[in-house]
Design a protein around this ligand. Structure first.
Ligand code: AMP
Ligand code: TRP
Length: 329
């Protein structure tokens, strides 16, 4: 039997955080042993927020270098840049014709983002339709993403089902694949908010490329709870978050960690947490710094990736056009 298809994407809208790493990226290289994996840098999604052109270019190549640094092998997986495969945008247009505006307005991410700005841009509203196209173009079985993407995956499934029932079986219905621990890492400054690379407070996140001293400093400054005891509970969200991060990097479960620090203060937990993060992130950061210097290699990877991705994208898109009644070229 053919291997199942895994598809995921990351926006080049900043330097990735340990939240991105734990919630998504870390699982990518493991998956390539068992599945046919396609990993994309979704630059068309990133431009739904204002981007400085020079910075966008840098971030796009940096995400590619990070994909490689965590161990994604371009011989095994397809690694490419979304804008290099224009079929994504073509399919997005077609899917827009079967998407309800109300459905899009109900997306939590849309509500959050539009509340924060005085002009609501159409790109933000339509963002999930483009994401659905990414996934459906490749007849994806599984989408490894963090919890925040759940609603978008549900919309993707819904659009696929709608299209299939209107025009006959065309798209595979994908499933979400969320990590067991760490599907939602929170801000170090506000445990009610998710850790995000676009947070204006740099102390709120640890970047995947922060140096050791910065990691120690940010962990030390992380907010804690007033209770002063180490417990894994929703009533102590800040400590729970630190334990989740600890668990993800150490492979220990939250109960073991709580037991190990029983009766001790937050200071020692934080000190050791910083070391656990450094151990996990340090080697990847160092590889990343080497890989990003090799512009020729990066170019080779994304060119070959786009070529491979286009083949599959075309196959699905031709089918879609035919079923909808367009005249083939
Ligand atoms: P983005 O940075 O929005 O492009 O997200 C890239 C991937 O990282 C997606 O799969 C997200 O679900 C995941 N992700 C982003 N932030 C977090 C977080 N704070 N905790 C866990 N996963 C996250
Ligand atoms: N919306 C996703 C995020 O912000 C990024 C994304 C775009 C994606 N297209 C995708 C993730 C396709 C998985 C599959 O994290």
């Amino acid at each position: 039997m053919d291997k199942k298809i895994v598809y995921s994407g990351i926006q080049p809208s900043g330097t990735l955080t340990i939240g991105n790493y734990i919630g998504a990226l870390r699982n990518f290289p493991t998956l390539q042993e068992e599945y046919n994996c396609i990993y994309c840098i979704v630059d068309m999604h990133a431009v739904t927020a204002p981007q400085e052109p020079k910075v966008l270019r840098q971030h796009t190549l940096d995400i590619l270098a990070l994909y490689l640094a965590v161990g994604i092998d371009p011989e095994k997986s397809i690694l490419y840049i979304q804008s290099h495969v224009p079929q994504h945008v073509e399919l997005a247009w077609l899917l827009n014709t079967i998407t309800g505006v109300g459905q899009l307005q109900r997306m939590t991410q849309f509500k959050d983002k539009s509340q924060r700005s005085n002009e609501i841009l159409a790109g933000i509203l339509n963002y999930p339709v483009l994401m659905a196209s990414d996934i459906l173009l490749y007849q994806t079985d599984l989408v490894p993403v963090g919890d925040d993407q759940k609603q978008h995956i549900e919309l993707t499934r819904d659009l696929a089902q709608r299209f299939n029932s209107r025009y006959s079986e065309t798209f595979k219905i994908p499933d979400m694949m969320a990590p067991k621990v760490g599907a939602r890492i929170m801000s170090l400054q506000d445990p009610e908010k998710k850790m995000s690379k676009s947070d204006e407070d740099v102390n709120a996140f640890i970047s995947m490329v922060d140096d050791d001293a910065t990691i120690r400093r940010k962990v030390k400054r992380a907010v804690t709870d007033s209770e002063g005891v180490i417990r894994y509970s929703d009533s102590q969200k800040a400590i729970k978050n630190l334990i989740d991060i600890y668990a993800s990097f150490s492979g220990k479960n939250p109960e073991e960690i709580v037991k190990a620090y029983d009766g001790q203060g937050y200071g020692i937990l934080k000190e050791e947490l910083a070391e656990v993060i450094i151990q996990g992130m340090g080697p990847i950061r160092d590889d990343f710094l080497e890989i990003r210097k090799d512009k020729e290699y990066l170019e080779k990877v994304y060119r070959e990736g786009a070529e491979k991705a286009s083949y599959f994208a075309n196959k699905t898109l031709r089918k879609v056009y035919r079923k909808m009644g367009f005249i083939p070229r």
